[in-house]
Design a protein. Structure first.
Length: 285
């Protein structure tokens, strides 16, 4: 008997993002459903419903999220997942935490991401998605964490540079992640695994921000202290006004403008962005 889901995709952006597909997609939808596992980069409000200090359900978070406001997203507007959903023809995903009380339909997907979440050895053992019939996976690299305002605020990097040892750790992880993608493609020939090179794209934008319409890359739009990164965005803080020109929204998280750039490159970029194919191509496999 055929499995209920015929394909599945995962993205790791210091998070896990998952796209699932079954036969019979609605016209305009390249994947009929998307499931997300991750941390605050893609949390859409799960932490609003759990006991956690990591929350973003207050202004000025969501200040540019038209019609929604502060939802629990750690951004001034949409996350990468929201933009990818737009490109894939999917609606905004509900937080998993709301599906119990609101009886929300999750046939088009759900978001399990939770701010401050980590990656445990048990996670890989328990998330046996392949056995559920999932066959399409996208794993994305960790970005250059040493370039975050919070890291720049430590003063450990020369002016105009990032904290090198932090970026070295991220690159070491990414090298192994890319090798894992090749290994998985060899071991599971019925599945498709893709590596999303968010580290490279992040660095490209840092080195040439003007090309992408950005002008501020070394501090948050909302935050306190050096680089606006020593203390992150507090309730009712006054953020910068030219938010679309900032790479970072707060001490840790990118802006809506940056998220849109990354989502579009993940969807239709070249092999240097997504290897060995992008999301649009993966939908056709």
């Amino acid at each position: 008997m055929e499995k209920p889901w015929s394909s599945f995709a995962i993205i790791l952006i210091s998070c896990l993002f998952v796209v699932a597909q079954k036969n019979g997609s609605v016209v305009g939808q390249q994947f009929p459903a998307m499931f997300v596992f991750g941390d605050s980069l893609v949390d859409c409000g799960n932490n609003n419903y759990i006991s956690s200090l990591a929350r973003a359900n207050y202004l000025p978070y969501g200040i540019d999220f038209i019609g929604a406001g502060p939802t629990g997203r750690f951004c001034n507007g949409k996350t990468i997942i929201d933009f990818l959903g737009d490109l894939l023809g999917l609606p905004l995903l509900p937080p998993f935490s709301t599906t119990f009380t609101d009886r929300r339909d999750i046939l088009m997907g759900v978001n399990y991401a939770s701010a401050a979440a980590g990656i445990l050895n048990e996670s890989g053992k328990n998330l046996e998605v392949y056995n559920l019939g999932m066959r399409k996976f996208l794993l994305a690299a960790i970005g250059p964490l040493g370039c975050m305002p919070n890291q720049l605020a430590t003063g450990l990097a020369p002016p105009g540079k990032c904290v090198a040892y932090v970026n070295d750790m991220a690159q070491a992880f990414n090298t192994r992640l890319m090798a894992l993608v090749d290994q998985l493609n060899s071991n599971y020939t019925e599945a498709t695994f893709v590596y999303g090179n968010t580290y490279r794209l992040f660095t490209e934008i840092l080195n040439n921000p003007d090309f992408y319409g950005l002008s501020v890359t070394d501090r948050g739009c909302c935050g306190i202290g050096r680089n606006r990164g020593q203390i992150t965005c507090l309730p009712f803080s006054i953020p910068c006004f030219n938010r679309d020109q900032y790479l970072f929204w707060d001490a840790y998280h990118p802006s809506q403008a940056f998220n849109e750039i990354v989502a579009r490159r993940a969807y239709s970029g070249g092999s240097s962005d997504c290897y060995p194919m992008n999301l649009k191509q993966m939908a056709l496999v």
